[in-house]
Ligand binder design. Sequence first.
Ligand code: GRG
Length: 295
Amino acid sequence: MDAMVSKNLKIFSDAFNKMVESSWSDRESRLHQAVTYCLSGEGKRVRALLSMLVCESYGKDSSVAVPAGMAVEMIHAYSLAHDDLPCMDNDDWRRGRPSLHRAFDEATALLAGDAILTDAMRVLVDQDFNQACSQLTDHQKVLSLRELTRAAGGHGMVFGQDQDMYWTGKGHYSIEVLETIHRGKTGGLIGAACALGAIAAGAQESDIRRWRDFGVLVGLAFQAVDDTLDQASNTGKSLGKDAEQGKLTFLALHSREQVLELASKYTEEALKLIPSNIDSQSIREFVKTLIFRQK
Ligand code: GRG
């Protein structure tokens, strides 16, 4: 792993674990135990790293983007927990251990997801809850909340999930339908992660827009590669679940080689959007490694 990436991963993990520990330390409460379980899973933290690397490309200290990383990782974690519920994908396994409703129960998993979603907004604005957000101005907080709620709500991730469920098992669909789903489900939040990193760096509006579009394309590439890993045994998820459920995936429309080619194409398109007057080498290298990941 690149030194810049591992440095940021350590900064993020230390701050995130501290926030989880201090905010949900009520060991008697089942809800708090479930929230802690969900947030302490072994995720790759790709979204947080993107926020921090974008911020750092402006020469700013990446710790300014830690609240952004926390918020996107929390929304991501809640979405995985709700996605695993029996009424959605019904998955028993996540991040190499029992999914949240299997470790607790369905009602607790639903409530823990609700709590994490709501508190994802709180980590950005409430310094009594998360000291790290005191580095952001009020304007940056409002911009971040707008970006995040647009990406995660009924016109973003939740819409993508709804479309995914609608099309699952239908057996006929096009690349356009697939892209609409994944722009919402995966691309939107990754786009927000990048935009929030730019907001934390104090970038101008045109740059924030570029980073959002960059992230959406990186998200499409990320999803395409994720689809090729459905049969891999080291992802921490159940094996072959997409194929079993008749999921709408890139692999259902193309060969594995074509899907990986498409992922490279999305990434190339994304790289063209990076503003030219900054030092973007680390983030460029990082998004390229995402195409070759094995989990
Ligand atoms: C339930 C509202 C709601 C939305 C769910 C994001 C999502 C929508 C469902 C999760 C399942 C899924 C396959 C999402 C696609 C995005 C994706 C590739 C998730 C896995 O992300 P990683 O690989 O996971 O970054 P880790 O565990 O490393 O954080």
